[in-house]
Design a binder for this molecule. Structure first.
Ligand code: NCD
Ligand code: ZN
Length: 382
C-alpha cells in the first residue's frame, strides 16, 4: 500500500488530503488535518487526453504509438484516445483490430481507439466494430477523409457515439441529427464565439464538446485546423469552460519539421496541456472550477456515460498526475518526449510541470523518465 499526503485539485481549489492506494485502486481519501503537505505539489485526478493523433503505421516518422504514449505520460495523461486519420485510415474492421493490437503491444499509457467513417464502405464496416467514437470529418483536414454530407444521417442512424470535426454549418446539422436520433455527439475543438453561442443554446445531455489549450490561449498565425481565433473568440471559449465546454483536449497532431515548414496542419500538444492549464488556473485566468470541470469532471462524466471505468474515486483505478508548481519555466519543445519537437507554445511561460504520472496505482512516469511499470491497457468498460 502507498500513502500520499498531498493537495488535490478540487472545484474550490487545492485541498490537502491523505490518499491510500492499494491493488491498483484508491482505497481511501480523507482530509489531511494537521499534516504537512508540500504547497508546491498538486495532484490532478485522472487526466485523460481524448483527442490525440499518434500516427504510426506509414507515418511512424512523425510519431509512433510508443513515442506518443510516452509523451502522454510525460504530459501527465493516464490515457489517450487516438484519432483514426492515419495512413492507412482506421476505417475497416481489419485495420481497427490492427490498430488496437499495435496499442496493446506498444502503448505505455492507457488508451481508447477511434474509427473513421468517410464513405459507404467504412460506414458498412462501422456496424461491426466497437471503437470509442466513430470519427466524422465534415471539413478538410490532414488526410482526405471528409464524409459527404449526404451520408451523415446514416452515421447517426447507427447509434454509436460520434466525434465530429466540422465547420459551423456541419456542426449545426450534426446537432440536429443527434437530437433526432438520440445519438451521442462529441464536438471536437470548438474554436469560435459563434460555435460556443450555438452550443450553449442547443446542447442536450447526449452532446459534449471540447476546446484545446491553443484555441484558449494563443492567437495569430499557426498552421492548425481549426485556425486560431480572435481575442473575442478566446474570451468566449474561456467564459464557457466548464459550462458549455465540457472538456479540454490537446488535438496533439505531430508532423515532421519539414512538413511543418511546408504548411502541414497540426501541433504537438499532449505534453503542454496540463502545464498550460494549471498555469492559467494559478494565474486566475480561469477559475478552479473551470479547471476541475474541464480537466477532470467533464472527461470522467463522458467516459462513465459511455460505459468506461474511469475517474478518481474510492474503489476505482488510481490514476493521477502530480504537478510541481511555484516555479517559472518556459515551454521548450527540445525537451518533448514526442518525436516532433515544435510547438506554438514554444517560449510560453509556465508555472507548473508534471513530475509524476500514476496509472492504475503505479508510477508510470517519475524522475523525468518512463518507469518499468509503464504498460498501457485499453480503458475497460465497467
Ligand atoms: C490534424 C492532423 O494533422 O491529423 N491536424 C490539425 O490541424 N488539427 C487533423 C485534425 O484533427 O483535423
Ligand atoms: Zn485532431
Amino acid at each position: 500500500m502507498e500513502e500520499l499526503n498531498i493537495n488535490i485539485a478540487t472545484a474550490h481549489g487545492p485541498c490537502p488530503v491523505r490518499i491510500a492506494v492499494a491493488g491498483g485502486a484508491v482505497s481511501s481519501i480523507s482530509y489531511a488535518d494537521g499534516v504537512h503537505v508540500d504547497p508546491h505539489r498538486l495532484l490532478v485526478p485522472s487526466p485523460v487526453d481524448i483527442h490525440v493523433h499518434l500516427r504510426d503505421f506509414e507515418q511512424a516518422h512523425k510519431e509512433t504509438v510508443a513515442t506518443g504514449s510516452r509523451a502522454a505520460l510525460a504530459g501527465g495523461m493516464c490515457a489517450v484516445a487516438d484519432m483514426p486519420n492515419t495512413v492507412p485510415p482506421v476505417s475497416d474492421r481489419e485495420t481497427f483490430y490492427r490498430r488496437t493490437e499495435l496499442f496493446s503491444r506498444e502503448a505505455v499509457c492507457d488508451y481508447l481507439v477511434n474509427f473513421c467513417v468517410y464513405d459507404e464502405y467504412s460506414l458498412s464496416q462501422a456496424a461491426s466494430v466497437d471503437p470509442f467514437f466513430l470519427k466524422v470529418y465534415l471539413s478538410d483536414t490532414t488526410g482526405s477523409y471528409t464524409l459527404p454530407m449526404e451520408l451523415l444521417e446514416r452515421v447517426f442512424m447507427l447509434g454509436k457515439p460520434i466525434a465530429l470535426h466540422a465547420h459551423f454549418e456541419g456542426m449545426k446539422e450534426a446537432v440536429r441529427l443527434s437530437h433526432k436520433y438520440g445519438t451521442r455527439l462529441h464536438v471536437c475543438h470548438v474554436s469560435t464565439k459563434e460555435e460556443v453561442a450555438f452550443l450553449a443554446e442547443h446542447k442536450t445531455g447526449t452532446i459534449t464538446c471540447e476546446a484545446t489549450p491553443h484555441h484558449l490561449f494563443l492567437s495569430g498565425d499557426y498552421d492548425v485546423k481549426p485556425p486560431l481565433g480572435t481575442d473575442e473568440d478566446r474570451a468566449a471559449l474561456l467564459r464557457a469552460l466548464g459550462t458549455t465546454i465540457d472538456i479540454v483536449a490537446s488535438d496533439h497532431a505531430p508532423h515532421t519539421e519539414k512538413d511543418k515548414r511546408n504548411g502541414a496542419y497540426g501541433l504537438v500538444g499532449v505534453e503542454t496541456l496540463l502545464p498550460v492549464m494549471v498555469t492559467a488556473m494559478l494565474r486566475g485566468e480561469l477559475s478552479f472550477e473551470a479547471f476541475y470541470r474541464t480537466v477532470y469532471a467533464g472527461p470522467k462524466a463522458l467516459l462513465r456515460a459511455m460505459g468506461y471505468d474511469f475517474g478518481f474515486d474510492v474503489g476505482r483505478r488510481a490514476d493521477f498526475a502530480i504537478v510541481e508548481t511555484g516555479l517559472r519555466d518556459a515551454v521548450n519543445p527540445a525537451r518533448f518526449f514526442s518525436k516532433a519537437k515544435h510547438s506554438p507554445f514554444e517560449g510560453y511561460e509556465v508555472e507548473a510541470r508534471v513530475v509524476e504520472t500514476w496509472v492504475r496505482g503505479r508510477p508510470f512516469f517519475k524522475d523525468g523518465g518512463i518507469t518499468r511499470h509503464a504498460k498501457g491497457e485499453q480503458v475497460a468498460r465497467s
